[in-house]
Design a protein around this ligand. Structure first.
Ligand SMILES: [Cu+2]
Length: 155
């Protein structure tokens, strides 16, 4: 038991990895992503803010409007790195850019967003498909501890 107490925090801190963004269309992803984000009016996007803590997204249910330019602000207020991933939903959005502390990546497709401890990332995108999708933190163990949620794309 003593050994677990030492190992568990190490496991939970590991494996956030790096952002996965792509200039090439990943399998199953929206083909017209570039066109959609280029045609969108970015002067007044919807802004949705989420706080990341150990181990939850607050709020854990997010609502976006189809075809509305959106800025998703992910604030990690915890002392560990976390990710924001939706295997079901990410293929259906057109990404404008991913903005971090010292990086702005402009690509139409994203597979994983990493939010380092204490930092904020912004995902600018246009939701292109209606539906309800799940998302989670992919650091091993975190979703089991409650770091998961639901995205709704509505009219
Ligand atoms: Cu996490």
């Amino acid at each position: 038991m003593k050994r677990f107490a030492v190992i568990l925090p190490l496991l939970l801190a590991a494996c956030a990895g790096e952002d996965q963004i792509s200039r090439y269309q990943p399998r199953g992803y929206l083909a017209e992503a570039s066109e959609l984000s280029n045609q969108a009016d970015w002067s007044a996007p919807d802004v949705v803010e989420v706080t990341l803590v150990n181990h939850a997204f607050v709020p854990d249910e997010l609502t976006f409007h189809r075809n509305r330019p959106t800025r998703l602000v992910l604030r990690n207020q915890s002392t560990s790195d976390h990710t924001f991933v939706s295997e079901q939903w990410f293929p259906t959005i057109a990404v404008r850019q991913l903005v971090g502390r010292d990086v702005t990546a402009t690509t139409p497709w994203v597979e994983k967003v990493v939010i380092p401890a204490g930092e904020t990332k912004e995902l600018w995108f246009v939701p292109a498909r209606y539906g309800a999708y799940t998302f989670e933190c992919t650091v091993p163990g975190h979703s089991l501890l409650g770091m998961k949620g639901v995205v709704n794309v509505v009219q």
